[in-house]
Design a protein around this ligand. Structure first.
Ligand code: DX5
Ligand code: ZN
Length: 218
């Protein structure tokens, strides 16, 4: 099975958002990865609802929304209305994670949970069967263009074991520092969804880079 490719809009040219989305529509990208940062959960602020709605106007592919925000439960409905197909919240930002997962599903969106590099995958064992996706951070969240953390492969293997042992249908998404070098090993470790920001948008031919990632050999 070929991986799902989700280019991160954070690395796109915001002054030319419409043409960036058109490029992704015409490319082999499967989803648009949307990074929302609040300046509290992470020390950066990205963009909010108006920009997301602008992307939604032109996007012909599902929006995969990664919430790097405190108290995400306060905004789930609004993100769904702004076009989110998948809503991923951080384990570290949710006091009542089980309730928040149900809240996401009640909107009709798919539910994901993201784990920072220090958070053990074991902590998901009691919710894994409720999840549509787990996002493994392979950098510390907050910024694009960071270096991939090598311990990520081990974490993905452990997560894959947990998913299989619980008969969960959750997809494994990896986010941060993904490139053509680590993609094959990530797929071999069990990854289903590759997020890539700077590697795609800083390349000379983003659509070709997306195609290359899509065809990464396991
Ligand atoms: C980081 C974000 C990522 C980021 C990935 O906090 O969650 O989605 O945009 O960018 P690259 O691929 O440049 O590491
Ligand atoms: Zn992300």
């Amino acid at each position: 099975m070929k991986p799902i490719i989700a280019p991160s809009m954070l690395a796109s040219d915001f002054a030319n958002l419409q043409s960036e989305v058109a490029m992704l529509n015409a490319s082999q990208a499967d989803w648009l990865h949307i990074d929302i940062m609040d300046g509290r959960f992470v020390s950066n602020i990205s963009f909010g609802f108006p920009v997301m709605q602008a992307i939604q106007r032109f996007a012909e592919k599902p929006m995969d929304v990664h919430l790097m925000i405190e108290e995400p439960e306060l905004y789930i409905e609004q993100f769904r209305k702004a076009g989110a197909d998948t809503i991923t919240v951080h384990y570290e930002a949710c006091t009542h994670l089980h309730r928040t997962i149900q809240q996401i599903k009640d909107t009709g969106a798919k539910a994901g949970v993201a784990l920072n590099p220090h958070t053990s995958v074991k902590l998901l064992e009691d919710v894994i069967s409720d999840l549509d996706m787990v996002l493994i951070m392979s950098v510390n969240p907050g910024f694009g263009g960071q270096k991939f953390i090598e311990n990520t492969y081990r974490r993905i293997e452990k997560l894959k074991e947990l998913i299989l042992s619980r008969n969960s249908k959750a997809l494994i998404e990896v986010d941060g520092g993904v490139n053509q070098q680590n993609a094959p090993l990530l797929l071999e470790s069990g990854v289903d969804v590759l997020v890539a920001g700077s590697f795609v948008f800083s390349s000379a031919d983003p659509a070709q880079t997306i195609a290359d990632l899509k065809n990464s050999a396991k």
